[in-house]
Design a protein around this ligand. Structure first.
Ligand SMILES: Nc1ncnc2c1ncn2[C@@H]1O[C@H](COP(=O)(O)OP(=O)(O)OP(=O)(O)O)[C@@H](O)[C@H]1O
Ligand SMILES: [Mg+2]
Length: 435
């Protein structure tokens, strides 16, 4: 269902109110005028009837038609009088003025009996035209209509301006809240007077400050935990590799020595030796997965090369690595880049059905930029935006912890490009404090 903005609803309500008031005026005022004018006209008509009856009474009494016409001339000249009819008691016409108009509407009619010693000798009918009245009412209606339109226009403008001014702080709050929701925790709204909206703005700013504070300490904590995790991995990897690896190698040498001294044991000992070789390989793999020594010894390029070599060997995919400038990375950020590359490449293998994968590493605008492009089946923007699985979310979070970004460009059938940007400080090291 479509919802209208608060401003639109406020404007609509106030406009409806203005319209209602104008409509009431439009209906009530002309009706009131009409009532008053009709009262006035009826009074005038009654008076005119009495006066005319008095004037023509002698001429009717003496049956003098010429005098009757003469006596009626004053009444005829009245411009509101539309017709005059004088009939005798038997209904014969004695005199008239536009009698045909009597049948038509639009008149106020008065009938006045003309009495002679209490006996009706004639009857006078006068019709007073309502045309002038109707015209006046029409003019009033038009004037009120025009006034209504002007009031409505002015009212709407005022409503628009008032509602704009009234809702501006709310809109600012909504915009700031949206920006905070999208990650810009430095958003604040301007301080206002101490009214309700001012209190809301203050509360909002307080809340935003607390959220930013909490977010900063969470980031610090996460960074610290990642650091500790990475250090721990280095330690375990080293111990597994050095201690376990060396112990196994020593064990193999002892077995070989034992075999050379006891010929019947030679064969089973060779089998055990092969198993030990497999365990040594496994130990190396575990150590490399935990933290590739190459990352610390030779840097991220060599580590990426090693990853891609492994990918070629296990999948047969065509891989290329282009490094335009090797960024100098500290322990945590080197690991971040490496882990994101690891997850990105794992996704290519698991989901892309690609034949080619291209990795580039560069330093651009003071940031290390790693791109992984595959020619696989790609994914929709919806899939990119609504990822619930930990892979994509984890990549983003790792990058954001160091002030960086992960952008995925992909369309179904068009392959996927994953671009990781991690800011470097002036010396080419990551700006983020590790601990
Ligand atoms: N390179 C790619 N090509 C095509 N689809 C991809 C690619 N990378 C990711 N996807 C799609 O995006 C989804 C989310 O990826 P993500 O790494 O978050 O989860 P996952 O790999 O399915 O699970 P996880 O990584 O948590 O084990 C995948 O399920 C896949 O459908
Ligand atoms: Mg994944």
């Amino acid at each position: 269902m479509r919802t209208f903005s608060f401003r639109a609803r406020l404007a609509a309500t106030m406009s409806a109110l203005i319209l209602l008031i104008c409509a009431a005026i439009w209906v009530y005022v002309p009706r009131k005028m009409e009532d008053e004018a009709i009262a006035l006209i009826s009074h005038k008509a009654e008076t005119l009837g009495q006066l005319t009856a008095f004037t023509i009474h002698p001429s009717i009494h003496f049956q003098d038609r010429a005098a009757l016409e003469e006596a009626l001339s004053g009444t005829r000249q009245d411009k509101d009088v539309s017709y005059v009819i004088v009939d005798d008691a038997a209904g014969n016409r004695l005199a008239s003025f536009h009698p045909e108009r009597a049948a038509a509407g639009g008149h106020y009619r008065v009938t006045t009996p003309i009495l002679d010693d209490g006996k009706e000798i004639a009857r006078l009918q006068i019709g007073v035209s309502l045309e002038r009245l109707n015209r006046q009412i029409m003019q009033t209606r038009v004037a009120i209509g025009v006034m209504t339109a002007i009031i409505l226009a002015a009212g709407l403008l005022a409503v628009f301006l008032i509602s704009d001014v009234m809702t501006r702080p709310l809109r600012e709050l909504a915009t700031a809240a949206q920006r905070i929701a999208s990650g810009d925790l430095n958003q604040r709204v301007p301080a206002r007077r101490g009214d309700e909206i001012g209190l809301l703005a203050d509360a909002f700013n307080d809340m935003a400050a607390k959220v930013a504070e909490r977010d900063a300490s969470l980031r610090l904590l996460s960074r610290r935990l990642l650091s500790i995790q990475e250090e721990e991995r280095i330690r375990i990897a080293r111990e597994v590799h050095d201690e376990l690896g060396q112990a196994l190698t020593a064990m193999k040498i002892d077995l070989q020595h034992l075999g050379s001294q006891h010929a019947p044991l030679q064969e089973p000992l060779t089998t055990i030796g092969r198993t030990i070789d497999q365990i040594v390989d496994l130990v190396r793999r575990i150590a490399t997965d935990l933290r590739p020594a190459i990352l610390d010894d030779l840097g991220v390029t060599a580590a990426l090369e090693q990853q891609l070599r492994r990918l070629r060997e296990t999948t047969g995919m065509k891989t290329t690595l282009t490094v335009t400038e090797e960024p100098q990375l500290d322990m945590l950020t080197g690991a971040t880049l490496y882990r994101i590359a690891q997850e990105g490449l794992a996704n290519v293998v698991r989901h892309a059905q690609a034949t080619d994968v291209e990795v580039t590493l560069a330093v651009r605008d003071g940031a290390a930029v790693l791109k992984i492009t595959d020619n696989g089946r790609g994914m929709s923007q919806d899939q990119v935006a609504n990822a619930r699985s930990l892979g994509l979310i984890g990549m983003r979070e790792r990058a954001e912890l160091l002030g960086g970004t992960v952008v995925i460009n992909s369309d179904p059938g068009e392959g996927t490009t994953l671009e990781v940007t991690l800011p470097l400080n002036k010396d080419g090291h990551f700006a983020s404090a590790m601990r």
